[in-house]
Design a protein around this ligand. Structure first.
Ligand code: ADP
Length: 194
């Protein structure tokens, strides 16, 4: 199994690039944002609680997202690898993920960190809010809260993997194809040859 973390601030293009990467490398896409939005759409108790935090631009509790990821790993025993998108977002989540993967006899192969400037992110998210139907994309205060959460809790998660030489920084501004090529180049340098 080859497992990838796609890392970066909200609006850095993780969702878009994930779609291209899973198709090319035949990976199972696990986006905690998407999993949470499915829970909200199904009006589950978890979804109803999570929505309150998401609508404020705050992270949902670690136990909630770790539980969802654990179930998703168990539900997909026969895959070539996982692409984690929007997870882990805290050091506690990174530690939990390591444990879960170890139980499955696997680990993280590479952490791809997309880098995009703050004003570019705000403008991308406001723009996405015009069509995404996501309430957390329409209000600039909430967007700034999400960026603050990223700076305070998530950006340091890259350090967790730095010691293992797994983090590759990629410029997340430019054309979609340029960014995709840069990601693929890093993946292929690390991926075991078939
Ligand atoms: P974006 O990265 O563009 O903000 P996501 O869909 O990844 O969008 O996340 C939307 C919201 O869902 C986040 O602002 C947060 O409230 C919640 N969320 C998603 N993933 C996590 C996570 N791993 N830990 C805590 N909260 C999360």
């Amino acid at each position: 199994m080859f497992n990838i973390i796609l890392f970066g601030p909200p609006g850095s293009g993780k969702g878009t690039q994930s779609e291209k990467l899973i198709a090319k490398y035949n990976l199972k896409h696990l986006s905690t944002g998407d999993l949470l939005r499915s829970e909200i759409a199904a009006a589950t108790p978890l979804g109803i609680e999570a929505k309150k935090m998401m609508d404020q631009g705050q992270l949902v509790p670690d136990e909630v997202v770790v539980g969802m990821i654990s179930s998703a790993l168990d539900a997909n025993p026969q895959v070539a690898g996982f692409l984690f998108d929007g997870f882990p977002r805290t050091t506690a989540q990174a530690e939990a993920l390591d444990k879960l993967l170890k139980l499955k006899g696997t680990s993280i192969g590479i952490v791809l960190a997309l880098e995009v400037g703050e004003e570019e992110i705000v403008s991308r998210l406001l723009n996405r809010g015009l069509t995404s139907g996501r309430s957390d994309d329409t209000n600039e205060t909430i967007i700034r809260n999400r960026i603050t959460e990223y700076k305070n809790k998530t950006s340091i998660v890259a350090n967790y993997y730095t010691a293992t030489d797994k983090v590759k920084h990629i410029k997340g501004e430019g054309s979609l194809d340029e960014i995709f090529s840069a990601l693929c180049k890093e993946i292929e340098a690390k991926m075991p040859q078939k």
